[in-house]
Write a protein that binds this ligand. Structure first.
Ligand code: C2E
Ligand code: CA
Ligand code: CA
Length: 685
């Protein structure tokens, strides 16, 4: 699997709910903590400023006492007039005076609270729990204590709900009900002794309500955020699940897809219990799928693909899998122990698949790549262990094996071997270089002379391509022409060859050589072009070569394509003065029918006629009759691939016009061919 795919998958897997949950918890904590901190800060600030006010009051009383004390007990009158409850203690702690209701006996523990700017000493009293004892003689304002006390006071006042006749009195009660006092004792210096004053923190009910409202709003907000986030997390998790499903589902078959195979397949290969098993990765293709869709419909075609998918899956075990990859391709991971058994299982599967749609002819190609338990030997000789191997690469090998079956429309099975990779690499290398090779004139024209077997005179030649590659050296056409035929570059090659042959001929004619017609191969791919004859004429004219020095060779298999177009092209070529020959006559396809329709000039008997020895002389009969047939149709004959003298003599006796074979000459560079033209006659050895 490539890195992008891996990354995508990891992203999908990684974006787990955990991240959201953790983020959510952190967020909720921060939100709640800041709400609490805000309220605490607010309460502490208001409370502390109130404590500070009360402390200043106590200090004032203490000063008053200190100043007035020298004038005797009369001072108490002034102190009492403040309306405060207080106790004056002498330096030794004895109580000197007490006023109002105050519950302090001088043994109370004192605590210090930091209020606004001064340290305020407070005395422990029943209600002092609004402060919490720090245990070291200091106290902190207890925010929850304050709120609790406020609530408790407010409740106590609720009960006090009598109706008062007098309006003023009622207002007073109501006003009083609106105020909450939280009492505590506060101590300040008073002369040489000290004064303990009954102090209280006063809050208006409105303030309490405000606190509570703010608190409720913050709680409500926190709750809303909490619920929103929770919904988000849950819907996110569901979405992820759906995404994962989409990620692994094939839309045509509704089954699993390629990504799933890559991930799960790797898992299967790695599984402990599967380790001893041999595995095969198979590229299975519904060969005539495109035709099937064209004849029926794409919907029908996809229905077939679903049927194929289901049929294959029925035969899979839990240790195997099959997915639909794209259009007509299926990838199968199959366990097996014996190669023959595997092949026969795949063949059986194919024959079952061929029968899924009775009355319709459908076929399948299977490319098989084998993964041994010990892993795969890489081209550099290293062994890649099975747990490390790349299923995509293995599938690619299966595809390479399958592509060797492409030429046939019938069902078939092919196994991968490393030679195929070499071929594939070669193909890539050729394709990469073809354009520059053409531009740099790396393709060279070789000429193979054709001789008259009765006179041994040079009568013609065939132009054959060679690739003089700076990188790969001398490359014969068999290694490049099939590639060019497949990728369409062959038409460029044909142009190149016609142009170069025409130029050579023109130059030789100008130099006074005894020139002979040279035939050039024109690929069947080229015959699709309706103006092919004109193209050839123009190229030859551009080189200034007379048309009768160029002959066009058509391979026999081309005659099965568009017959009408072919006949018209041949007619035009002949009209322009080019001879046209049928190449490889007798190889593979029966072309007698073509002979009937095509007005050809030359029949080239395929080299296969002269391979091996036919014991009972049947081969000779066929050749003799083919020559006779050609003569009756007013065609000249050329025998290709003739290597033996007996064959030359036989062909001469049968009236064969020319021989193109190693017996006379191998294909040769233009310079050597010049010598042949000069010589004219080649004596039989
Ligand atoms: P072909 O057109 O049938 O060419 C004849 C092939 O038979 C040549 O192979 C030639 O070297 C070989 N041959 C001739 N006499 C003998 C013999 O006595 N014994 C043996 N063993 N072989 C003999 P070559 O040059 O390797 O070409 C192979 C094929 O490549 C050609 O078969 C043709 O199909 C294709 N080809 C070559 N040049 C071109 C080209 O310029 N254009 C196209 N379209 N195809 C070309
Ligand atoms: Ca040929
Ligand atoms: Ca031939």
């Amino acid at each position: 699997m490539d890195n992008i795919k891996k990354k995508r998958f990891k992203q999908l897997k990684k974006s787990h709910a955990w991240v959201s949950i953790v983020l959510f918890v952190i967020f909720a904590i921060i939100l709640a903590a800041s709400a609490v901190a805000f309220i605490a800060q607010f309460i502490v600030y208001t409370s502390e400023s109130k404590i500070h006010d009360e402390y200043l009051e106590a200090v004032n009383l203490g000063r008053m006492y200190e100043v007035g004390n020298s004038e005797g007990d009369g001072i108490y009158k002034y102190l009492d007039a403040t309306g405060r409850s207080y106790v004056i203690f002498a330096e030794d702690g004895t109580e000197l005076h007490r006023s109002g209701s105050i519950n302090v006996n001088g043994t109370e523990r004192t605590l210090t609270v930091r209020a606004a700017s001064d340290d305020v000493k407070i005395l422990r009293e029943n209600d002092v729990w609004i402060f919490s004892d720090n245990g070291d003689g200091t106290a902190s304002l207890n925010m929850f204590g304050v709120i609790g006390a406020m609530k408790r006071e407010a409740e106590l006042k609720e009960d006090d709900d009598e109706e008062y006749e007098d309006e003023d009195l009622r207002d007073l009660v109501r006003e009083n009900r609106d105020v909450i006092n939280l009492p505590f004792l506060i101590e300040a210096p008073a002369g040489s002794g000290r004064i303990a004053v009954q102090a209280s923190m006063t809050f208006r009910m409105k303030d309490v309500d405000l606190f509570l409202t703010i608190l409720s709003v913050i709680s409500a907000l926190t709750f809303v955020v909490f619920v929103t986030l929770l919904i988000n997390i849950i819907s996110g998790a569901l979405r992820r699940r759906r995404t994962l499903n989409v990620f692994f589902t094939d839309i045509v078959t509704n089954g699993h897809n390629w990504m799933w195979l890559l991930i799960k397949g790797h898992g299967i290969l790695k599984k402990m219990k599967n380790r001893p098993l041999r595995y095969a990765v198979i590229d299975l293709v519904f060969v005539n799928y495109r035709n099937f869709c064209a004849c029926h419909s794409v919907a029908e075609g996809e229905k077939m693909l679903r049927l194929v998918y289901e049929t294959i899956n029925k035969s899979m075990t839990s240790r195997e899998m099959c997915v639909h990859v794209t259009s007509s391709h299926f990838a199968v991971v199959m366990a097996f122990s014996d190669k023959e058994a595997l092949e026969s299982r795949v063949k059986t599967l194919i024959s079952v698949l061929e029968g899924i749609s009775p009355g319709r002819r459908i076929s399948f190609h299977a490319g098989i790549d084998i993964i041994e338990p010990e892993g795969t030997v890489m081209p550099d000789g290293k062994v890649l262990r099975r747990k490390d191997l790349d299923l995509e690469l293995e599938h690619n090998k299966a595809c390479t094996a399958r592509s060797t079956l492409e030429a046939s429309d019938d069902s078939g099975v092919a196994f991968f071997d490393e030679k195929l990779v070499e071929e594939q690499k070669w193909k890539e290398a050729v394709q990469e270089r073809q354009a520059s090779a053409l531009a740099n004139e790396e393709f060279v024209v070789y000429y193979q002379p054709k001789y008259d077997p009765t006179t041994d005179r040079l009568k013609g030649a065939e132009a054959l391509i060679r690739w003089q590659s700076p990188e790969f050296g001398f490359v014969p056409p068999g290694r490049i022409i099939p590639i060019f035929e497949k990728n369409g570059f062959i038409t460029e090659i044909d142009h190149y060859m016609i142009t170069h042959v025409a130029r050579d001929q023109k130059a030789w004619l100008d130099r006074g050589f005894n020139c002979v017609p040279v035939s050039v191969n024109v690929s069947r791919a080229h015959f699709i072009e309706s103006d092919l004859a004109e193209q050839i004429r123009d190229m030859v004219d551009a080189a200034g070569c007379p048309h009768n020095y160029i002959e066009i060779e058509l391979t026999e298999s081309a005659f099965f394509d568009d017959k009408k177009a072919m006949i018209s092209t041949i007619a035009k070529l002949k009209e322009y003065g080019f001879a046209v020959s049928m190449d490889d006559f007798g190889s593979g396809y029966s072309s007698l029918n073509s002979l009937k329709d095509m007005p050809l000039d030359v029949l080239k008997l395929d080299a296969e006629f002269f391979r091996g020895k036919s014991e009972d002389g049947r081969g000779e009969i066929v050749v003799a009759e083919a020559i006779r047939l050609a003569k009756s149709l007013n065609m000249r004959t050329v025998a290709e691939g003739v290597e033996i003298r007996d064959q030359v003599d036989f062909l001469a006796a049968q009236g064969c016009d020319m021989i193109q074979g190693y017996f006379y000459a191998k294909p040769m560079p233009g310079a050597d061919f010049e010598q042949r033209m000069k010589d004219g006659v080649k004596q039989k050895e």
